[in-house]
Design a protein around this ligand. Structure first.
Ligand code: Q9C
Ligand code: ZN
Length: 705
């Protein structure tokens, strides 16, 4: 009997698998879900005319190689193409002085010697007769992108521009930068579109001291930058790049600097800084627009950065930013000097903007001691300015970043320094592998009564057969007398859907069941019987994991907002933040960034189950957010289990699984109650030895047990 059902299930599964894969590479028409790409060959005209090893790395092939790869991957074709334009002088003067604009304008008619002489007046800059036109176009391209996003013509986008902008100051060119593209765009968003809060995320490996200087007094622009610093020995070697420089006057707290004091920082270091520093502040700030100073010299292989973040890391960084400002994100190219690494990193960023699931993050999920010190220090420096950090006893600052002793602090190390060629063998491997071919198909297991939903494309509706009573007893371990026909039908569909997810035929799905705790136990047993080694179950509300599934080493159970469970305190695989206050917006957001996501990134699950159970007090927006972000650590393989009563959530969550922006902004900000905040802090400290991404300081945590 069971055999025949199984066979029938498999047949259905094969035929629908083909359907699930279709129709996913189509470009979207302009609209709030579309992604814009701006690229104009004119910006390849500017190039170095004389011998200068320092400037030679900033050449036209940076753009041509990147654009070629975007086309080769089929990514450029999926974007809405917007024309670039040259910014007006009035627009340049939103940030720059008329005198400086006139100086740059003068380069159009200069000869080589005059260009060279002018360049000597600045640090790490060259000029070309096309510099003025290209630099105006870099600004104009950025403004076109911002206008398209702010008018709703597109949802997000990227501008591939040269020259870069973030080192450029009101009166000076610097570090290959002529006009400050992103700073002008932020000013334009404020003045022309009336925005009150703009977030600038500068993930280039150099400090955007130009941008910082322009907005240091301005509380309407939150500027975040991480940068290679090495205790002030790395270019541009400025005291004002350190973590204790936080802005001035009304702008105090709105400049956030994360110095990297070692090279070799990798994926775990970058994601940790986003989770523990940038996101809490950005959520509290509640931006209306996110501008990314997207330099990829922070990527592996770059000769300037000497860091180790792989291209997928930029997919994760992008994913983590997309919930802000309802996804209104504009990425604008800054640095990036290893052509292959640059091109690949841009691909991963754009792919994420397009809503594709993010690939797994490789490498050790533990941040290094040096990055933990930076995290601790910047959190301590900002605790006075941000409610989301205030509850922390952030502890004393360990070592000032400017500390310079003999040979530096004792081996706190990220991996030791290496030359660019040391990475070449690894890089070739990393960059040559075929592009990820994401299964974007979503499956739904809904009651027959559910109909007329507005669902994303490539959704398949599961038709699985009802379970027999014997099967139901086997999977649920419950007496079948409690099982109604409806429940048997729901479990049958759930198992069929989970089969497809486990087999990789569908990436993610949603199942609705009348008894969600029984469904949860069934799904976990199914995952285990399939051979899952790491299964993360995030249960919200009053849900408990059956005795026989506890502590078997393959399941990590995270319960938010449930009843107090004393036994859980001693189990390493059971993490409970109890009490219904835990699902209030402020507390939940804090738990998400400081507990749920760090645990998930540390655990590296093969499958995530998300189960809003009885008494789940989460707003539907928070469910969307959880759905979107928890896909990061699991390559999108997620099954949501919903109670019948939650059926109205299906549409929004199906879109969240399919990669769409949140349906509204996260704001206004609520802060967690001090009691809840300290409960979260306590849990994080207690578990940080098992789950290293929970760490926020260089101090060792308590020993387990
Ligand atoms: N050896 C951008 O990435 N040279 N500018 C530093 C250190 C200047 C970088 C020399 C680097 C400028 C946009
Ligand atoms: Zn740079």
């Amino acid at each position: 009997m069971r055999g025949r059902r199984e066979a029938a299930r498999t047949r259905r599964l094969r035929s629908s698998a083909a359907r699930a894969g279709s129709g996913m590479a189509e470009s979207r028409p302009p609209g709030p879900q579309a992604t814009a790409l701006i690229y104009d060959e004119d910006m390849t005209r500017v190039r170095l005319l004389w011998d200068d090893p320092e400037c030679a790395i900033e050449g036209p092939e940076r753009l041509t190689a990147t654009y070629a790869r975007l086309c080769h991957r089929g990514l450029a074709q999926r974007c809405v193409r917007l024309p670039a334009r040259e910014a007006t002088e009035e627009e340049l003067e939103l940030v720059h002085s008329p005198e400086y604009v006139a100086v740059v304008k003068g380069t159009q008619t200069m000869n080589k010697e005059e260009l060279h002489n002018l360049a000597q007046q600045y640090d790490a800059v060259y000029f070309h007769p096309s510099t003025f036109s290209c630099a105006r176009m870099a600004v104009g391209a950025t403004l076109q992108l911002v206008d398209a996003v702010l008018t709703g013509a597109v949802g997000n986008g990227m501008a591939l521009v040269r020259p870069p902008g973030h080192h450029s100051q009101r009166d000076a060119a610097n570090g290959f930068c002529v006009f400050n593209n992103v700073a002008i765009a932020a000013e334009h968003a404020k003045r022309r579109h009336g925005l009150q809060r703009v977030l600038i995320v500068d993930w280039d490996i150099h400090h955007g001291q130009g941008t910082q200087g322009i907005f240091e007094n301005d509380p309407s622009v939150l500027y975040f930058s991480w940068h290679r610093y090495e205790h002030q020995s790395f270019w541009p070697r400025l005291r004002e790049s350190d973590y204790d420089v936080v802005g001035q006057g009304p702008g105090r707290g709105f400049t956030v600097n994360v110095p990297w004091n070692k090279v070799g920082m990798g994926n775990a270091d970058y994601v940790s800084v986003f989770l523990h520093v940038l996101l809490p502040l950005a959520i509290e700030f509640d931006p209306e627009l996110v501008l990314v100073s997207a330099g990829f010299d922070s990527g592996i292989g770059d000769p300037e950065g000497q860091m180790q973040a792989t291209p997928e890391c930029f997919a994760h960084l992008t994913l983590l930013l997309l919930p802000l400002a309802r996804g209104r994100l504009c990425a604008v190219l800054e640095g990036g000097y290893h052509l292959q690494s640059l091109a690949e990193c841009v691909c991963l960023t754009l792919q994420t903007l397009l809503g594709d699931p993010v690939p797994a993050l490789s490498g050790d999920p533990a941040p290094c001691l040096s990055s933990l010190e930076s995290i601790q220090n910047v959190r301590a420096a900002h605790a006075p300015h941000w409610a989301s950090l205030r509850h922390e006893d952030t502890g004393p600052i360990l070592t000032p970043s400017t500390w310079r002793g003999d040979g530096g602090p004792p081996s706190l190390g990220a991996q030791s320094t290496g030359t660019a060629d040391r990475w070449e063998p690894l890089l070739d491997k990393l960059l040559s592998c075929s592009p990820p071919s994401p299964h974007t198909g979503i499956g739904l297991a809904l009651p027959d009564s559910a109909s007329s939903l507005h669902l994303p494309p490539a959704v398949l509706q599961e038709q699985g057969l009802s379970l027999s009573e014997e099967e139901a007893v086997m999977w649920s371990r419950l007496d079948s007398a409690f099982m109604q026909d409806q429940a048997l039908a729901a479990l049958g569909k759930l198992l069929a859907l989970l089969d497809k997810i486990l087999a990789g035929q569908v990436r993610a799905g949603i199942a609705v069941a009348p008894e969600v705790s029984a469904a949860m136990a069934v799904a976990i047993r199914k995952g285990l019987s399939w051979g899952a080694q790491r299964l993360l179950c995030v249960a919200i509300g009053d849900l408990d994991i059956p005795e026989d599934l506890r502590d078997n080493g393959h399941i990590l159970f995270l319960n938010i907002g449930g009843k107090e469970q004393l036994e859980a305190a001693s189990s390493p695989t059971c993490i409970c933040l109890s009490g219904h206050e835990a699902t209030e917006p402020g507390t939940f957001l804090l738990a998400l960034t400081s507990l749920i996501l760090p645990v998930a990134y540390s655990f590296q699950p093969e499958l995530v189950l998300v189960v809003p159970g009885p008494g789940c007090g989460l707003r539907s927006l928070d469910m969307e957010l959880l759905t979107r972000l928890l896909q990061g650590p699991v390559e999108g393989r997620m099954l949501l289990l919903l109670q019948d009563a939650e059926l109205p959530l299906v549409e929004a969550l199906a879109w969240a699984l399919a990669g769409r922006a949140l349906s509204s902004t996260l704001g206004p900000f609520f802060s967690a109650s001090p009691k809840q905040a300290s409960a979260i802090t306590h849990l994080c400290r207690q578990r940080q030895l098992y789950w290293p991404m929970l760490q926020v300081s260089g101090n060792p945590g308590p020993s387990p047990g």
